[in-house]
Design a protein. Structure first.
Length: 256
């Protein structure tokens, strides 16, 4: 069911009045829209009932339908990107926790920041830098969540491996809740104790410690042992007996 965008705008203005609101029945990409506004906006939100050219990690397409939630959030910060390493993992963790509280399914996080139910991807999160100077940096957070099965051909099913969620609250209320979570995460990330969020990550981790995995990197693949994530949100693996950190979003990890 499509969002009631007028109702959403009303709820949004009551809860997040300082965030610029942009809504469309159809648009190519909500993140693309905000990226074009990076130089004139410092705090904005964009949502659509239909995204025709969504994208995810490693340049992949984000497959969705009109029952999906697709929106993006823009925030300008007076810090350098190096200072918030691990933010994407922290944000994915917080969103997973919120969704677990309002959805019927049990949701986990798969590095770097995809959300899964069992072995099916139900939500994708993409953090992009769109404008940077010596004084500030602007981030665009794109989020897509599936709320019904997507009709795919066999090739798409193999590539996407998608699932869907069932929300216990209205989608308009859920959008406000998730946006408020993103909004507050920037402040909370700097004050949050690393040990606390790493412990929560372990509870919601898609993988288990010491699990055998296969790592895909730039067309190559190799076996490794999963060792969790570092305080900076890096992937920690044991490869040929040595511990190795991985940061690149080009890395993909699958259960062996």
């Amino acid at each position: 069911m499509a969002l009631d965008l007028k109702l959403l705008q009303l709820k949004f203005s009551q809860a997040l009045s300082d965030v610029g609101f942009h809504a469309f029945e159809s648009i190519d990409s909500t993140s693309g829209f905000l990226i074009k506004r990076c130089e004139i906006d410092s705090l904005s939100f964009c949502i659509t009932n239909e995204q025709t050219a969504g994208y995810g990690q490693r340049g992949s397409k984000w497959l969705s339908n009109k029952d999906s939630l697709t929106f993006s959030y823009l925030k300008k910060l007076p810090v350098r990107s190096l200072q918030i390493q691990g933010f994407a993992q922290y944000l994915g963790l917080r969103l997973a926790s919120v969704l677990n509280s309002v959805c019927s399914e049990s949701i986990c996080i798969k590095w770097p920041n995809d959300l899964y139910v069992s072995d099916k991807k139900v939500a994708g999160l993409l953090v992009e830098i769109c404008n940077q100077s010596q004084e500030s940096i602007s981030y665009v957070i794109g989020l897509g969540i599936n709320f019904s099965s997507i009709k795919l051909n066999i090739e798409q099913q193999i590539q996407a491996n998608t699932g869907f969620l069932t929300s216990k609250i209205s989608h308009e209320d859920l959008v406000v809740l998730l946006t408020d979570t993103i909004h507050s995460s920037f402040n909370n990330f700097f004050s949050n104790k690393t040990i606390e969020w790493l412990e929560l990550y372990k509870k919601l981790d898609y993988f288990t410690y010491d699990q055998q995995v296969v790592v895909y990197d730039s067309g190559l693949h190799f076996d490794a042992v999963y060792k969790g994530v570092t305080p900076n949100g890096e992937l920690l693996l044991e490869v040929d007996g040595s511990l190795v950190n991985f940061r690149s979003a080009q890395i993909s990890v699958r259960a062996k």
